[in-house]
Design a protein around this ligand. Structure first.
Ligand code: ADP
Ligand code: MG
Length: 295
């Protein structure tokens, strides 16, 4: 019997979780699903980490696969990552590695690391100061995208090219203690490229075609088949390695100055992508885990 794999999910019936659970069962794996808020972590009291039903994760599992880490307060998120890091230290394979989840959740930190590796990303300025943000707005050409530094799914992202609107947004955001994260608007038509990386391979890719510049599938963009060049595959793999992910969705815009990496997603959904590829994505993920699981 292969070792059990834990699936972190709030909803085992969600499309991706269901695919992953089916894929495990097909391979004779007995999956255990749980959500992170259900975990109980102990110090000087054993076992080390259990579910609230008392299942000892270190004894029971060989690996843990994390679907969305979930929403929460800052302390809840930090605690969840701490518990996952602890499990990793005890020898469990945790995918993605908690450190890489932490990095990719933070848009500033991930872009800074990519720039260090010579990867082209959008010119970006982040600050807590509204006046400095106004200067940034001008410095970036007066046509910018403002986004939550910890956001996802295209939520709360806006394009601003009017200084008065920018001023109001920056002051309102800084009043509510948000980091002002400002990016030069990169013209890229109404589509971008999503590359799905597992290990050191791009296993599937697609164009995401939208009706506007925002190309999130969650905002209605449509998946379109796409075959990447070797160059693009290498770029996506380099991004993934830079951040330390084992599984990643890497998003690339085609701009006038060539490919620009917009972001890396460490818990990528794959429902849209599965529509335009013959590769069974859930199977690829589970195969990767089985190849890398502790013996
Ligand atoms: N600097 C930019 N210039 C042009 N379009 C952008 C820029 N940044 C993001 N977008 C568009 O907005 C979408 C959402 O932005 P993204 O940074 O990926 O945030 P999220 O984490 O919410 O998906 C991207 O997929 C892209 O289509
Ligand atoms: Mg995105």
């Amino acid at each position: 019997m292969p070792p059990r794999i834990g699936l972190v999910t709030r909803d085992p019936e969600s499309w991706c979780s269901d695919q992953l659970l089916k894929s495990m069962m097909k391979k004779g794996i007995d999956p255990l699903w749980f959500s992170l808020p259900d975990l109980v972590a102990k110090v000087r009291v054993r076992p080390y980490v259990t579910t609230k039903d008392g299942i000892n994760l270190i004894e029971e599992l060989g690996a843990i696969l994390i679907r969305p880490i979930g929403r929460g307060s800052l302390e809840e998120i930090i605690f969840r990552l701490d518990v996952l890091r602890g499990l990793e230290r005890k020898g469990l394979l945790v995918i993605n590695p908690p450190r890489s989840i932490e990095i990719s959740a933070d848009k500033y930190r991930s872009l800074m690391l990519m720039e260090e590796q010579g990867i082209k990303v959008p010119p970006t300025i982040a600050t807590e100061d509204a006046e400095a943000a106004m200067q940034a707005f001008q410095e970036l050409g007066g046509d910018v995208v403002i986004k939550p530094i910890f956001g996802s799914r295209g939520m709360g992202i806006g394009r601003v090219n009017d200084p008065e609107t920018a001023w109001r947004i920056f002051h309102a955001l800084s009043y509510t203690r948000h980091v002002l994260y400002i990016q030069k608007f990169i013209p890229h038509g109404t589509r971008d490229i999503r590359l799905f990386v597992i290990g050191d391979r791009v296993i599937a890719s697609m164009y995401r075609e939208a009706d506007s510049w925002k190309t999130n599938i969650d905002r209605g963009a449509r998946p379109v088949p796409f075959k990447p060049s070797k160059e693009l595959e290498e770029l996506a793999i380099k991004v993934t390695k830079t951040i330390g992910c084992k599984i990643a969705g890497v998003d690339v815009m085609e701009s006038q100055e060539g490919y620009i990496v917009n972001e890396i997603n460490s818990q990528p959904g794959f429902r849209g992508l599965q529509l335009v590829t013959n590769v069974n994505i859930a199977d690829e993920i589970i195969n990767y885990i089985l190849e890398n699981i502790r013996r």
